[in-house]
Design a protein around this ligand. Structure first.
Ligand SMILES: Cc1cc2nc3c(=O)[nH]c(=O)nc-3n(C[C@H](O)[C@H](O)[C@H](O)COP(=O)(O)O)c2cc1C
Length: 211
């Protein structure tokens, strides 16, 4: 089996938002690439059991996809893709539009809002099937593909992403790995200033381990 074939699948990059009914209905959500249209009015999205967004969608029974563009604000993916709504209010300071009671990211190319119609449990992820209740366009900009995220933005995926692939330093020399997002720093991290933060997940130097 050559798992590299899986890398040839195409995806977009989305903020999957919902409401946190246990915290005064505040908005929360995470980054997902594993979303697709499965019928003319149904979207499927796969969310890891460990992600807080999973339990929030199960309670609220609705979710929205904000379809990110290539020029999306640099903070959106680190905050929504590498931190948890258990610990922080991810939408604080994020400009949103309210659609059917859900917050969608204003700095996105468009949105699709769904009511959960059915779920499918796998060992690690819940696949939510959502009936589209509204959708619309926001910014006119090329959409960010998962391939663009990796190739141009040099982005990584955390272990909870279905498409996660373990990365190790293969080149000779010093390297450090961010234990939060998996980012590999090549070189001597000790020479970076004390306030150095991981360029992807914005966590401090202390979360890096030497490889
Ligand atoms: C590019 C990218 C793609 C991701 N795709 C998925 C996905 O499809 N499904 C998923 O469950 N998590 C995915 N993740 C991981 C979640 O966004 C991440 O674990 C997040 O911190 C969960 O936040 P939460 O605990 O607030 O739900 C992805 C992350 C990145 C950066």
């Amino acid at each position: 089996m050559d798992t590299k074939a899986l890398w040839n699948l195409s995806y977009g990059v989305y903020v999957v938002s919902t409401v946190d009914v246990d915290h005064e209905n505040r908005p929360t959500g995470c980054i997902a690439n594993s979303a697709m249209q499965v019928t003319y009015d149904t979207i499927a999205v796969s969310i890891n059991h460990e992600n807080y967004t999973n339990q929030c969608i199960k309670k609220s029974k609705k979710f929205a996809l904000s379809i990110l563009g290539e020029k999306v604000d640099d903070n959106i993916i680190p905050v929504f893709g590498f931190q948890s709504g258990r610990e922080i209010d991810k939408f604080e300071g994020v400009k949103t539009e309210k659609v059917n009671g859900l917050d969608v990211v204003a700095d996105s190319t468009g949105y699709i809002v769904c009511d959960v119609d059915d779920i499918l449990e796998t060992e690690t992820h819940t696949v939510f099937l959502g009936k589209i209740t509204d959708c619309g366009l926001l910014k006119d900009e090329p959409v960010m593909t998962y391939e663009y995220y990796h190739r141009v933005k040099k982005g990584k995926s955390p272990k909870t992403a279905p498409t996660y692939i373990e990365e190790t330093a293969t080149e000779e020399g010093l390297a450090y790995k961010c234990t939060i997002c998996g980012y590999i720093y090549k070189g001597d991290l000790t020479k970076e200033p004390d306030d150095y933060v991981c360029p992807l997940c914005k966590q401090p130097k202390s979360v890096f381990v030497k490889l």
